[in-house]
Design a protein around this ligand. Structure first.
Ligand SMILES: [Zn+2]
Length: 629
């Protein structure tokens, strides 16, 4: 453990008393992970824990930071064997908490050796519990490959991690490499908190790009891919990501890491998502991110989002989202800040860094504003309940999502924060903005990555010092009450209005291309896959009223066999005189029927239209901040 970490961790000494620790001798735990044949999707784990004789309780991490729920993938654990004092020990699992193991350490034993295999998914699974290995890539989140002793805060348990990789592979991680022996790499000791916070990516094809050349604080883009061509980032995107580092420095006037590593997996075979950490982010995305402009348009905010989390979510965290170990439940009510504000700034930083143009930024905003405005679930479910129930919603089925509501605290949260930003600008005649809040709320303890927690009242107080206002009432109205419409006031105060026209929205089009579907949600009220399978239907929308449902398959439209272009032409023609409806044949659950959709609105795609004579705050927000600020 480095001096820096010891000093940093002193600040988290919130645990008053430590329970008796029969069994665990409080020494460093040796953890060795081997990957010998990644195409077989197995991590081989050996763990050595110093022990004393007596009862020992071990945990497998359950609540995974950033995943906001009990998502530790314990069902992928196999081949578990405990040895101590020359014997194989009997063990039992807690009958209620599946993540708790109990065993007796025999007399005379001072070390417990654990072997188990982590069967890394070959398909399915959400986030880090999804596919994390290909024959040429390994993405490792250490919470999946370690047990830890009960009774101590995880910041007080030290690990000595090491990994063996296939011959010749390279890797990226925020861990500090201490020694190398062939293909085995030993890392400097870290607390279990920091180990879980420090994933590693490795691959046959690896590339490292310095995003802050010449700076004493290093920021790296570490990349792995299934083929070398995917790593061809090019000078323009490299500059955009360097701009991202500079723009975030100006926004937050601080950083909360020693060095930072974007750990970017470019693959069509792993899961696609981002998971934030203090000093790195585990970012997994399509292989053609740097090769196809549509992919970049659809995914440009991924790295800015995860980077923002180093400040918002990791360094500053809602009080009840911080817990002393990985077994205590997290309260997710404040995710509209943790994720909503991160979404807002991730998108703003994507525009300020040049990954999006100002018009692409507005196209993205128009799409999400329209999508949130087409979630009638807001009539029964206030936004705050999507945050409170986040651990249900991340994994909830996608059908009728607009009626059940999903994790809307991301996109609607961003709209609420746009509202706050434009309100501050309006109140102060554009002299102050949410950037001032960013500096105030995150710009302290430079270099420290000791989490500082906050409450709703702390947010209100900080906003009030930037621009005095009834922020509590403002936020509560949008969070705690049901509303018939999405909070579009921020867009309108920003000088723009949400409108619909027959001209496609380029961001929406990029999403259609990326996710192989056709979006008619804002016209006839459905989204459909390229082969006719209906993904979702708008509750009480035209298709719903005609009797259609998610899961059906469209066979024909107005008498012709389905294809996405034909459907779009039929929707476009609906506004012609004498039309006014679409005749759709669809099958579902063994029944094929004709449905008549009463609709005459033509194609409808969302856009932002300038409100003449008003201040254009939206373009101010998206513009890069100069070095003088
Ligand atoms: Zn996030």
């Amino acid at each position: 453990m480095s001096l820096f970490q010891k000093t940093a961790l002193a600040g988290l000494a919130l645990i008053a008393t430590t329970p008796a620790l029969a069994g665990y001798a409080k020494g460093p735990i040796d953890l060795t992970v081997k990957v010998t044949a990644p195409q077989q999707h197995v991590f081989y784990i050996t763990e050595k824990i110093p022990v004393t004789p007596g009862k020992l309780t071990l945990y497998y991490p359950k609540y995974i930071p950033g995943e906001h729920g009990p998502t530790g993938p314990i069902d992928n654990m196999a081949g578990l064997v405990f040895n101590a004092g020359g014997k194989t020990l009997a063990w039992s699992r807690d009958p209620v908490d599946m993540y708790t193991f109990r065993l007796d350490i025999p007399k005379g034993a001072d070390s417990l050796t654990i072997h188990f295999d982590f069967l890394s998914p070959v398909g399915g699974g959400a986030f880090t519990a999804g596919v994390s290995m290909t024959p040429r890539i390994v993405d490792l989140e250490w919470n999946q490959v370690a047990l830890y002793p009960a009774g101590l805060p995880t910041k007080d348990i030290d690990f000595r991690p090491r990994i063996t990789l296939p011959s010749g592979w390279q890797y990226g991680t925020a861990l500090v490499t201490q020694s190398t022996n062939g293909d085995t790499y030993a890392f400097a000791p870290v607390t279990f908190n920091n180990l879980v916070d420090s994933p590693l990516i490795a691959g046959e094809y690896f590339r490292k790009v310095d995003l802050a050349p010449g700076d004493s604080v290093h920021r790296y883009l570490d990349m792995v891919a299934d083929y070398p061509g995917a790593l061809a980032i090019g000078p323009a995107y490299t500059q955009d990501y360097r701009n991202l580092i500079a723009q975030a420095d100006r926004l937050f006037a601080s950083h909360h890491y020693k060095n930072y590593h974007f750990l970017l997996t470019l693959s069509d075979h792993t899961g696609h998502f981002g998971l934030e950490h203090h000093q790195s982010s585990d970012d997994r995305i399509n292989a053609d991110l740097f090769l196809d402009k549509q992919t970049m348009l659809g995914e440009a905010s991924l790295l800015p989002h995860e980077y923002t989390h180093s400040w918002n979510g990791k360094f500053r965290r809602p009080a009840k989202l911080w817990q002393p170990d990985f077994q205590k439940p997290e309260h997710t009510r404040m995710l509209w800040v943790y994720e909503g504000l991160t979404n807002y700034w991730g998108e703003v930083l994507a525009a300020r860094s040049g990954l999006w143009s100002a018009s692409q930024y507005r196209a993205m905003m128009a799409f999400y504003a329209a999508e949130m405005d087409h979630h009638p679930g807001r009539e029964w479910r206030p936004l705050i309940d999507t945050a409170v129930a986040a651990q249900l919603l991340y994994g909830s089925p996608a059908f009728y999502k607009n009626w059940r509501r999903g994790t809307d605290f991301y996109d609607e949260g961003a709209l609420i924060w746009l509202g706050v930003d434009t309100k501050i600008r309006e109140l102060t005649h554009n002299k102050r903005s949410l950037d001032d809040f960013a500096k105030k709320f995150f710009g302290m303890d430079n270099g420290s990555y000791v989490t500082k927690t906050y409450t709703f009242d702390d947010i209100v107080k900080a906003l009030d010092t930037v621009a005095p206002y009834d922020w509590s009432g403002y936020l509560s109205k949008r969070l705690d009450r049901t509303n018939n419409h999405a909070p579009l006031g921020g867009i309108e105060r920003g000088g723009w209005k949400l409108v619909y026209s027959s001209t496609p929205n380029p961001y929406e089009k990029a999403r259609e291309t990326l996710h192989d579907y056709s979006d008619a949600m804002f016209s006839i009220g459905l989204t459909v896959g390229l082969k006719g399978g209906i993904n979702d239907v708008l509750w009480n929308g035209p298709a719903f009223k005609a009797g259609m449902a998610p899961g059906m398959k469209i066979v024909s439209v107005n008498g012709s066999d389905f294809n996405p272009d034909l459907l779009k032409r039929a929707i476009a023609n609906s506004s012609e005189p004498g039309h006014g409806h679409l005749t759709v044949v669809a099958s579902g659950s063994g029944v094929t029927r004709t449905y008549v959709i009463d609709y005459s609105g033509g194609l409808r795609y969302p856009h932002l239209k300038r409100i003449q004579g008003t201040q254009d705050y939206l373009d101010d927000i998206a513009a890069p901040v100069g070095s003088s600020n």
